[in-house]
Ligand binder design. Structure first.
Ligand code: F6R
Length: 613
């Protein structure tokens, strides 16, 4: 959840860290801070609030040096305040730490240290780490050994970065458990450390991702990786192909709007190289899928959280319709405790934009324990959900910075569709004509999404009429039911308007009581197999005086006379229709929030990667 940046090299570390933090602010934004070793002394600047506050503080009281670490926080222990902002320094003032994760046994450690006379200066769990390291250092250990000994005592999952004024030639970084990714960027006589790639992409594409229980010792000219008990580890350097420019806002007012508009490109990239239109075939080589396993799969569990779970709901319908393999969607936070029935040929497919969502990783671990084959669909390259899987599909959506997920919603739907076609083909259950038709439908998608985006002014006009609403109902059925959930989620998370997504057929069993003139109802009624049913749903809502906004297919003659506003989408093969019907709902949520003057990219209480359970 929190963002971490570190730098060691010839440049002044302060602007490098501030820049890196800016690119990670989506991970947490209740407070921020940095520490730099200046004249052999650790200088800290930190404050509550957004990064701009920290930048102001640094310009008022400048600090410079060639080694430094920084942090942007999403509070777990201790309220957002300057004293709880990272970095945290130990009592002797020799060691400083930034941390992402939760020290689950911090009370115990805190009480032991306090009993030994350590005086704490924050309410955070993080501070025990630095106090522990200083305690080991005081017994004569060097920073690395002291850090390793301390980390062996921590319970929970963490990304940790430390430096010491006693050894200013190095930064020590560690990853423990699933949460808290740590990536080291290798430059020319300089090194970068971050919790996530966007912080370092402008400096280097050469990166090393730390595995769980590994410690990196980073100096200007080198990197050593070892286990928590000091055994050397051979690491693999990777070259990242993400474009640093795509992590910039460019001409757009918000990242969210930019990312909504990027979907023509992200979907093109998702499909590119994976479908052969001439022979109507799909290729997904990173899945490591053998014909034997394709035939043997007897059950699929899809697991994910939030928006990714909504993509998974659509995936369930796609897999069952196209492959006839029984498929279940389980919210990741429920999967682990639901005692799922997993057999030898069960496949567990996790979907995650960040690749580091704690609940999703825990579900994967549970699946592994029970003997499932693990696959993942992941956007952030090299992350845990990608690495622990037996096979994966890389989303190709590019960096997603806006906290509300948009392009990382449509990409996995297309991935799941391709997966269904591939599996059905390998299992011999899909005729050639049907396969070709499914694949050719796929190739139209980027263009159809572009057509939805061209209509942004119409959506903005509807947003103007809804911006003061207090509550909103979204209804959908069949393959567009998850779009009702997703439309409602987008609205509530960025506009703070209460919104509920509902299976349309359930409306008469309760929610219909809510409908009156004050309650707008957004109805998904494209030309899909549930169209007729949705028309009667619209009539029921209108009969109760509701304002109805329908998402409908171009050329529909019936809907305009029934509803108050229409959000038009182009005619799309129905199995792929959610990819287009969601676009006006993403735009609607965006425009409503922007018109309410809210912080669209960093809505209150949220963070981009949820690395705590
Ligand atoms: C909503 C949103 C969240 C995420 C969820 C899972 O806009 O972004 O609901 O979808 O936290 O995150 P990932 O996909 O990173 O596992």
């Amino acid at each position: 959840m929190c963002g971490i940046v570190g730098y060691i090299g010839p440049q002044n570390a302060t602007p490098v860290i501030l820049n890196g933090l800016k690119r990670l602010e989506y991970r947490g934004y209740d407070s921020a801070g940095l520490a730099v070793i200046q004249n052999s002394h650790i200088e800290i600047r930190r404050d509550v609030g957004k990064l701009t506050k920290l930048a102001e503080l640094v310009s008022e009281i400048p600090v410079s040096g060639h080694v430094g670490i920084g942090h942007t926080r999403w509070a777990t222990h201790g309220e957002p305040s300057a004293r709880n902002a990272h970095p945290h320094i130990g009592m002797t003032g020799n060691v400083v730490v930034v941390h992402n994760g939760i020290v689950e046994n911090y009370r115990e450690l805190h009480d032991d240290l306090a009993a030994e006379g350590v005086v704490f200066s924050s309410d955070t769990d993080t501070e025990v780490i630095v106090q522990l390291v200083e305690r080991f250092q005081s017994t004569g250990l060097g920073l690395v050994e002291a850090a390793e000994k301390s980390m062996q005592q921590l319970k929970g999952a963490h990304g940790i970065v430390l430096m010491s004024s006693l050894e200013p030639d190095k930064i020590v970084a560690a990853r423990i458990g699933n949460a808290g990714g740590v990536v080291i960027g290798i430059g020319d006589h300089e090194m970068f450390i971050a919790s996530d790639l966007p912080a370092i992409l402008e400096h280097t594409r050469r990166v090393v991702f730390l595995e769980s229980c590994q410690v990196a010792i980073v100096t200007r000219d080198g990197l050593t990786v070892q286990t928590l008990d000091g055994k050397p580890v051979r690491y693999k350097e990777q070259i990242v192909s993400w474009d640093p420019i795509s992590a910039e806002k460019g001409e757009y007012r918000h990242f969210m709007l930019k990312e909504i508009n990027e979907q023509v490109r992200s979907l093109t990239d998702t499909i590119a190289g994976r479908v052969d239109v001439d022979c109507g075939k799909v290729r997904l080589p990173e899945l490591n899928l053998t014909p034997e396993f394709a035939k043997a799969i007897s059950k699929v569990y899809i697991t994910a959280c939030g928006t990714a779970a909504h993509a998974g709901m659509i995936g369930k319908i796609l897999l069952e319709r196209i492959t006839r393999i029984p498929t279940e969607l389980q919210i990741a936070s429920e999967f682990r405790y639901g005692d799922p029935i997993v057999g030898d040929n069960t496949l567990l497919l996790a979907i995650s934009q960040s690749g580091e969502t704690a609940d999703t990783l825990a579900a994967m671990e549970e699946g592994r324990k029970k003997g499932a084959r693990l696959w993942s669909i992941v956007n952030a390259i090299g992350t845990q959900a990608m690495r622990i899987a037996d096979g994966y599909i890389s989303m190709q959506a590019g960096p997603e910075i806006g906290v509300a997920s948009t392009k990382a919603f449509t990409a996995p739907i297309v991935d799941l569709y391709m997966l269904a076609v591939l599996l059905a083909d390998m299992r011999g259950t899909l005729g050639e004509k049907e396969r070709r038709s499914l694949v050719s439908g796929l190739c139209m998608i980027p263009d159809l999404v572009g057509k939805c985006l061209d209509r942004h002014l119409e959506v903005e006009a509807v947003a103007e009429t809804l911006k003061e609403t207090r509550s909103c109902l979204y209804l959908g059925r069949g393959i567009n039911m998850p779009i009702a959930y997703e439309g409602a989620l987008k609205l509530k998370e960025i506009s703070y308007i209460h919104a509920e997504g509902y299976p349309a057929g359930e409306m008469k069993h309760g929610p219909i009581a809510l409908i009156d003139r004050e309650m707008p109802v957004v109805v998904l009624a494209p030309h899909d197999p549930w169209y007729e049913k949705m028309i009667s749903q619209i009539e029921q809502a209108k009969a109760r005086g509701g304002t109805v906004i329908a998402v409908a297919t171009d050329g529909d003659q019936c809907i305009p006379s029934l509803v108050d506003h229409v959000l038009w989408v182009p005619d799309t093969p129905w199995l792929l229709s959610p990819v287009v019907t969601v676009i006006p709902l993403q735009l609607l949520a965006y425009y409503i929030a922007a018109k309410r003057g809210l912080d669209v990219d960093q809505p209150r209480n949220l963070a981009k990667s949820v690395t705590v359970e």
